[in-house]
Write a protein that binds this ligand. Structure first.
Ligand code: NI
Length: 171
């Protein structure tokens, strides 16, 4: 396995739409293993392929408290098929370090996907699991959690993030 590097906002790649996976082969299995390693090393509760520069519809996540158990969920071509209720909670993203903001999400979701054994699965999740699923599936469409904030807050943040990016860019 190999750790992949995570792209940082405002990388244009993380704004692109990812393509559906058409073959669950050895290459994809190795890629998923690398994503899992990268997620735990970050550390993060979820990771989507575009965050590591691959525009393919793959996400990995682990919402468990005991993260040393390492029981990751890998989903291929995940689709949000139902959402219910609304809940606001703090959210962050590995592409935007040191930023956490309250985001409104569905409280319960149903997601259809393929697992890494090519089995079609239906996953139901609430609260944290539901939030991670929505956040990671958004990534596959180039959507970041900052896009889900109020307009005023988003404008303010984007200005701040742009300034931060300029400061940290090498001269
Ligand atoms: Ni993210």
């Amino acid at each position: 396995m190999a750790k992949l590097s995570i792209l940082l906002y405002p990388s244009p790649i993380i704004r692109k739409k990812s393509a559906p996976v058409t073959a669950i082969d050895g290459e994809l299995q190795r890629f998923i293993d690398d994503m899992v390693e990268t997620m735990y090393a970050a550390p993060g509760m979820g990771l989507a392929a575009p965050q590591v520069g691959a525009l393919r519809r793959v996400i990995v996540l682990d919402p468990s408290d005991d993260r040393t158990a390492h029981v990751p969920i890998a989903l291929i071509n995940p689709v949000l098929v139902a959402g219910e209720g609304q809940i606001v909670d703090e959210e962050g993203c590995l592409c935007i370090p040191d930023l956490n903001e309250p985001v409104s999400r569905f409280k319960h979701v149903t997601v259809k996907a393929y697992d890494r054994n090519e089995k079609e699965i239906v996953l139901e999740g609430a609260d944290l699991l539901a939030r991670i699923l929505q956040h990671e599936i958004d990534h596959l469409d180039g959507v970041l959690f900052i896009d889900r904030l109020s307009t005023a807050k988003r404008l303010l943040l984007k200005r701040r993030l742009r300034k931060g990016a300029q400061r940290s860019s090498p001269s």
